[in-house]
Design a protein around this ligand. Structure first.
Ligand code: ADP
Length: 366
């Protein structure tokens, strides 16, 4: 793993007056560039040749400079990293950046300064470690089953390496589990689904709140050991299964698919804001205990609310999530923190600007 000291060494060679906010042209890149431009930063996009003209077609969100790649993994090439460093590029990691370049490869080989604490890649990328994190935080998480024979209620089965909920299935007993897994294996390539995670299926309404934590300010919530947390928006993911009513009364198998296809804006009943902020504070405090200096910048909790159980957190995304794309001009919550429209992308840029003014950019980077 590249030590933080080394990355900060690279950062110390940067000309901060020419810092460029950089990311791969995918996921939430338009929002990130848009926010960076509003805060007066230069922007650098890493794009596949085919995608470049599309990203350049948005006058207020296109990156000012584009570096083309054949494959996103090209960013790991030594000459490409040197180019990024010579451009004073500060990488904002988003979901596609992590997915396409690979969390482990980033940790081992990517020496370009990144916004946030890259140790989060290690902690969120592995389901067992995520579980330890949720336990340390003391938030309610779905029950996990170590063996299919223990299945005693409806479970959701998550395939290792499955992207965005694809191929997840439900089962209510060990027999149904085996049968569905066998069927999947017969359809998929051999060995693809070797590892599965069996988790209690939590009934309720899903909410995906987006938070930002700044270590440059003091705690603003109970149960928060460092930093200030802002709730900048909430979304709900639109998954194929959400349209299941269209298949009634005879539900077509294809509707039982959890693939995320889009996002819609939501607000929660105001009293629940307290629960969401409390979970965020506990998760941030636990992150600092587990991997100092803990979470920095954007993160999202994937939650399910049920009136009898309250909120269950089934996943932490320790970076900007695509659901924030709903709010390029701010959300119903960001208005309570800022007098101007502040998206998550812009919030990141504001943080970098503030740290530069304080001479504390190193506090935000690994
Ligand atoms: P990804 O890792 O791709 O984000 P998730 O683990 O978030 O995938 O799961 C994808 C979807 O599956 C969720 O958005 C949710 O609809 C559903 N889901 C995941 N875990 C549970 C659970 N324990 N109970 C009920 N639904 C779940």
């Amino acid at each position: 793993m590249i030590p933080r000291k080394k990355i900060l060494g690279v950062l110390s060679t940067y000309d901060e007056s020419d810092l460029k906010i950089a990311t791969i042209c995918s996921h939430s890149a338009l929002q990130i560039f848009h926010g960076a431009r509003l805060e007066g930063f230069g922007t650098l996009g890493i794009a596949l040749r085919r995608n470049r003209p599309y990203y350049e077609s948005f006058p207020r969100a296109s990156p000012e400079m584009v570096l083309e790649v054949e494959s996103y993994r090209d960013v790991l090439r030594r000459d490409f990293q040197e180019k990024l460093i010579s451009e004073n590029a500060l990488i904002i990691p988003h979901g596609s950046f992590v997915e396409y370049v690979g969390g482990e490869s980033i940790l081992e080989y990517f020496a370009v300064p990144m916004f946030g604490n890259r140790l989060t890649l290690y902690w969120e990328g592995d389901r067992e470690r995520q579980r330890r994190w949720l336990t340390e935080a003391g938030v309610k998480a779905p029950r996990r089953y170590s063996s299919p024979s223990e299945i005693d209620r409806t479970v959701i089965v998550k395939l290792h390496g499955a992207k965005g909920g694809r191929g997840y299935f439900k089962a209510s007993n060990p027999g149904e589990f085996e049968e569905k897994l066998r069927e999947l294996r017969s359809r998929g390539s051999a060995g693809e689904f070797d590892e599965v995670l069996i988790e209690e299926f939590v009934p309720g309404v899903r909410y995906y709140p987006h938070f930002f934590i700044t270590p440059l300010e003091s705690p603003n919530l109970p149960n928060l050991s460092y930093g200030r947390i802002e709730l900048l928006g909430i979304d709900r993911r639109l998954e194929v299964v959400d349209e299941i009513h269209r298949g009634l009364p005879e539900i077509v198998e294809d509707y039982l698919d959890y693939t995320v296809t889009g996002n819609i804006p939501v607000v929660v009943r105001e009293k629940f804001v307290v629960d969401l902020l409390d979970a965020a504070a506990r998760i941030a405090s636990a992150s600092r205990k587990l991997f100092d200096p803990g979470l920095i910048g954007p993160f999202c909790l994937e939650t399910i609310y049920h009136p009898e159980r309250g909120f269950t957190v089934f996943e932490i995304s320790a970076r900007i999530v695509a659901g924030t794309n709903l709010y390029p001009l701010g959300s119903p919550y960001s208005a309570y923190y800022y007098d101007e429209p502040v998206s998550m992308g812009r919030r990141i840029a504001k943080e970098i600007r503030k740290a530069m003014k304080l001479g504390a950019l190193d506090k935000l980077i690994y």
